[in-house]
Ligand binder design. Sequence first.
Ligand SMILES: [Zn+2]
Length: 65
Amino acid sequence: MAVPIPQHSHCIICGKAIPYGEKFCSEKCKKEYENMVKKRKIYIYLMYLALAILVIMMFMNYFPH
Ligand SMILES: [Zn+2]
C-alpha cells in the first residue's frame, strides 16, 4: 500500500523537498535566488539602456546638424 505523500513544495534553487508553501530550503538558497533576480534586473536595465542609445543614435542620423 502506497504511503500518501504529504503536500509539499520543492526549493526553487536546489529542488529539495520542503514544507508546502515554502520556497527555499535554507537562507543560503534564498540569498542565491535574490542574487539571481538582482542580476536579471540589471540585465533588463542594460537592455533598455542599449535600446535607448540605439533610438538616440537613429534620431541623430535622422536630424543631422
Ligand atoms: Zn535549496
